[in-house]
Design a binder for this molecule. Sequence first.
Ligand SMILES: Nc1ncnc2c1ncn2[C@@H]1O[C@H](COP(=O)(O)OP(=O)(O)OP(=O)(O)O)[C@@H](O)[C@H]1O
Ligand SMILES: [Mg+2]
Length: 359
Amino acid sequence: MADVRLVDIEKKYGNFLAVPQLNLTIEDGEFLVLLGPSGCGKTTTMRMIAGLEEITSGDIEIAGKRINDKPPKDRDIAMVFQNYGLYPHMTVRQNIDYPLKLRGVDRAARTRRVQETAEKVELEALLERRPSELSGGQRQRVALARAIVRTPSIFLMDEPLSNLDAKLRVTMRAELKHLHHELGVTTVYVTHDQMEAMTLASRIAIMREGRIVQLDTPKRIYSEPADLFVAGFIGSPSMNLIDGAIAGGVFTAPGVSFPVDQPDRDDVVLGIRPEDLEISTAPDAPVIGKLYALELTGESTLVTLRTGANSVCARGPADHEAEINAPCHFVPKPGARVHLFDRPSGHRLDGLSAKGQTL
Ligand SMILES: Nc1ncnc2c1ncn2[C@@H]1O[C@H](COP(=O)(O)OP(=O)(O)OP(=O)(O)O)[C@@H](O)[C@H]1O
Ligand SMILES: [Mg+2]
């Protein structure tokens, strides 16, 4: 097992700066998730840790040792690639077996391990096929099996579940969580799926344009997003973000009026999550508009109202029924958290930044 330290690492492709001066310490045994939009540098960062991409400057340390010049095979890392990276001429069995064979594990132990691992990822029936004879999701499971067939010092997983159907993704997510609990191997995991990030991570690093904008536990990322980018990225449906101004201790926007403990200022964004709002008939509710859409999700109904240029969404009870275009009022639930951000910089407003405001 090992901790991983990235010290001022930078990656340039020609003149293009893909990752500028990244600093990140992944603790021993931690499950760190890199989360961010396409092109923000997640794969590049993983490939630098794996040694598959040369770093332009900076240092990478594993277990306290600088490993910049160590070839990939000597880093004791198992990686799941975004594009699978399977050996096309080998069968599924041979692909999964390869890391064990490379390390001289004896044949009987290898056969047993390959079988056990194939069962974990539901591939037992496909062991004699070649990658070209598999679907995308099946290939992805082979790549996952090849990584978890042995216990390395570090796992690097680049969107290992993205091509699986919803049901299998949830099963595999639990499998990975269990595996991490059993083995405690330091893991860096890339995903676009914020639910996956929230459920798997010890900490989440949210990346944007090669930079880490927030590094925190899932709980804090959710309850205290550092800026508008993070606030909008985490949560489904995402946080309601409403442009307005504060005057006399009240945040105001068309149809919206919230008491806040902040000095007067313009260019403010108020954020409140759909799960922190409930439907009300109160005439003085803080959010008043017309019902725009009702979406039943199974366990709840997403209720969207329109007021001025804003749409505001609340998570209501599954049995909620109402007419589209009818008046619709929302109030914060007891204990609801209201977030305030500075519009020009996007930063969370100080004063509220430590704990958020509870109504
Ligand atoms: N070999 C390369 N040459 C030039 N630019 C590259 C190269 N590889 C990646 N890039 C650029 O570096 C940036 C980061 O790419 P990277 O693949 O790390 O993104 P990502 O966060 O993994 O995105 P995705 O979620 O789409 O996989 C992108 O702008 C990409 O176009
Ligand atoms: Mg990528």
